[in-house]
Design a protein. Structure first.
Length: 185
């Protein structure tokens, strides 16, 4: 069926898109997969030309919902859970520069517990809110050099300790700087 440059090719049931098929919306998108009640439902591949993305995974009523892989034009790849077209649940976000985040997502944002691994080997494991370190976490510059404690807006903030070269500094931090050092006995 051709509707001014748009088309659907596939199975029909009682005049509705039902079963396997593909739909092309001129200059916007293409979907190949399963349909139910006129909507993409089940598993399929969705290419969105407007934002240059390709999604392969579960679809519910035309939206990404369930498990899937979303690839962006710049090489960023998200693999994990979706709900109502956004990241929701757990997943892995890989960036073109080699950095990677593994953990929780809420409402399309990095939020909750997770682990960020930089291409240079540095690691942060802990809590996030809107892609920023917030709450308790541990940042490793190397195996024997790390900070463990509270974070706020990507900065050491609150009680924490720095371990380096076999030494340890315990104290209170404010926006990345130590303001009170506690003696270690």
């Amino acid at each position: 069926m051709d509707l001014e440059g748009n088309y659907y090719k596939g199975e029909l049931k009682e005049g509705k898109f039902e079963g396997k098929g593909e739909i092309f919306v001129k200059d916007k998108s293409k979907y190949i997969g399963t349909f139910m009640d006129d909507y993409p439902n089940g598993n399929g591949i969705l290419e969105n030309y407007e934002n240059s993305t390709k999604y392969n995974g579960d679809i519910l009523n035309g939206k990404k919902d369930g498990k899937g892989i979303l690839e962006y034009e710049d090489g960023t790849i998200y693999e994990g859970d979706f709900k109502n077209d956004v990241y929701e649940g757990t997943g892995v976000l890989k960036f073109p520069n080699g950095n990677k985040y593994e953990g929780e997502f809420h409402d399309g944002k990095i939020k909750g517990k997770g682990k960020f691994i930089w291409e240079n080997g540095e690691i942060y494991e802990g809590e996030y809110e809107d892609f920023m370190k917030k709450g308790f976490g541990k940042y490793f510059w190397s195996e024997d050099k790390y900070y463990e404690g509270q974070w706020l807006n990507n900065k050491k903030h609150g009680k924490g300790r720095i371990h380096f070269e076999g030494k340890e500094i315990n104290g209170t931090f404010r926006f990345g700087k130590i303001i009170k050092e506690n003696k270690v006995e």
